[in-house]
Design a protein around this ligand. Structure first.
Ligand code: FAD
Length: 494
């Protein structure tokens, strides 16, 4: 019987466990925490439920696919609805825009609220569709580190959209060169933050991201984001995957260039295949300390992190929806602060996510569960206690002024998440949300592969490796691992 050991029960590790179980491996997932989900976990504060990490759900197909592969009906485990509108945007000049799911309605709204020509919206959506269709099969859906990827006909599709690829411009230049309204450009530039990057450094290729949200759709999973992890763990357990919680892996044991076992404080467990869902930096530094590490890849710039205030708010705000963005007045300055000065802007863009808008039981009657997030640098020795206190004041002042209400008076529950806690709770190096950033071409396209070329039987999934961070890409990393791991001979299948 072939055994697979998975290090970490983040969304990537859970998805990989399902794929390997379906291949016939006997799969065990070792998780340091007391439960699954990693960044995608939930908690309650008084009567308020919060999704701790991810809040925007795109490409639900990648979740459905796992249930279908196992011969199950996705809807028996997990349901979701398409959002419309997707996001409410607010600018400091008082303008306000609802990004509707229907492209024509979105275009009309942009024209009415911002004076943006409707054609500009159509052009943005068409450009990101072309980019996605041209590149996804080469850059996202396969390993970029296997020769076969470059010999496939898909490479011709990627070459066909070279002009749109924006390899020689930054994301911001690609947007600002085409569109006049600075607020619309800011809205488009913000998509760089979906993988923790800086639109003023990252290549124009990142303009692929709006396609996921606007053309394919943004969704809300019933029960919150945590329901994605919970429903997949249910499926994994039905497939006889064993989850061992509170059991951190301390070493990946190898012999003669091949994985042999994983070592925890409790035991040494044999494995034919090991998949690390732990961030790739600590995987090398801690679990493979005796092996040479791919230094160049590990030294790629880390992505941004986040500071989150989870607030139970004793009031309801009809002008807000599930996803709300309160933009800064000077976006360039904000990113300069995060990526160059390694601190937080005194006027940060604020994201407020309120699941009780769609699931009233997530907050007591008449109240709302606010997940209030600002983008911040990953940890580089900053004084977080000081930054948490000053940013809290700034955020309260800005939201109170833009919503014409004293927000501080309404907070009845509070908890904070900062880069240090993100690192200590999930082993994400320096608390970066998405592993490395895509702030340069090398970092954008050549992340750590999904397999080890030095150690036979060792694979990698999750947000710190190819194809990148964020829930859909973590699911794709597990899919690529599933394709790379050798099949089990019929006689050896579980
Ligand atoms: P992780 O979630 O990083 O989990 C890794 C797991 O491995 C953890 O459970 C950890 O305890 C375990 N582990 C580590 N080392 C060991 C060890 N040695 N032994 C055993 N177990 C170990 N993505 C989106 O798509 N949309 C969003 O809106 C979004 N917003 C985000 C907001 C926040 C605040 C955060 C934190 C993230 C957000 N993301 C978002 C990113 C997304 O959450 C992550 O990319 C994704 O969840 C990472 O999954 P992963 O598989 O890499 O594992």
């Amino acid at each position: 019987m072939k055994k697979a050991a998975i290090v970490g029960a983040g969304i990537g590790g859970i998805a990989a466990s399902i794929r390997l179980a379906l291949k016939g491996y006997q799969v065990t997932v070792y998780e340091a925490n007391e439960s699954f989900g990693g960044k995608m976990h939930e908690f309650w504060l008084g009567g308020y439920r919060f999704d701790a990490g991810p809040s925007l759900f795109t490409l639900p197909r990648l979740v459905d696919e796992l249930f279908e592969l196992a011969g199950r009906k996705p809807a028996d485990y997990f349901t979701y609805t398409r959002l419309n509108p997707i996001t409410h945007y607010f600018w400091p000049d008082g303008s306000h825009l609802k990004a509707y799911a229907d492209p024509e309605k979105f275009a009309q709204e942009a024209a009415q609220q911002l004076g943006v020509p409707e054609q500009d919206v159509r052009e943005v959506l068409a450009r990101s569709r072309r980019l996605y269709r041209g590149t996804a099969d080469t850059f996202l859906n396969k390993s970029l580190h296997k020769a076969g990827t470059y010999l496939s006909p898909d490479i011709l599709k990627a070459l066909g959209c070279l002009t749109d690829l924006g390899l020689t411009t930054t994301m911001h230049q690609a947007n600002a060169n085409k569109f006049k309204d600075p607020r619309f450009v800011q809205l488009l530039d913000r998509f760089a933050t979906y993988n923790g990057s800086d639109p003023y450094q990252a290549p124009g290729t990142l303009n692929i991201i709006p396609h996921l949200e606007h053309n394919i759709g943004a969704f809300y999973p019933k029960g919150g984001m945590y329901a994605i992890a919970a429903s997949l763990v249910k499926l994994a357990e039905e497939l006889c995957v064993e989850f061992r919680y509170r059991e951190p892996v301390e070493q990946i044991v190898t012999l003669a260039g091949k994985v042999m076992s994983v070592k925890t404080a409790q035991d040494n467990y044999n494995a034919d295949v090991v998949v690390s869902n732990m961030d790739v930096v600590p995987t090398y530094r801690k679990l493979l300390a005796d092996h040479p590490a791919p230094e160049k890849t590990l030294k790629q710039p880390r992505s941004s992190s986040a500071l989150i205030y989870y607030w139970g708010i004793r009031k309801q705000f009809p002008e807000l929806h599930l996803h709300n963005i309160f933009f800064s007045a000077d976006y360039r300055e904000e990113f300069e602060q995060i990526f160059q000065r390694k601190t937080i802007s005194s006027d940060p863009t604020i994201y407020v996510n309120i699941t009780s808008k769609l699931e009233p039981e997530d907050a007591p009657a008449g109240s709302e569960n606010w997940f209030v997030m600002v983008n911040v640098p990953h940890h580089q020795g900053q004084d977080w206690q000081k930054l948490i206190a000053t940013t809290r004041e700034t955020v309260l002042q800005k939201l109170s002024s833009m919503l014409h209400t004293n927000i501080e008076e309404l907070i009845e529950q509070e908890q904070v998440l900062d880069p240090l806690l993100i690192e200590s709770r999930t082993s994400s190096f320096a608390g970066a949300l998405y592993g490395s950033s895509s702030n340069n071409m090398m970092a954008a396209f050549l992340r750590h592969p999904n397999f080890s070329s030095q150690i036979d039987g060792l694979y990698f999934c999750g947000g710190s490796v190819h194809p990148g961070g964020g829930v859909p890409l973590c699911l794709l990393s597990a899919k690529i691992v599933g394709e790379l791991v050798p099949d089990v001979a019929p006689a050896e299948k579980v």
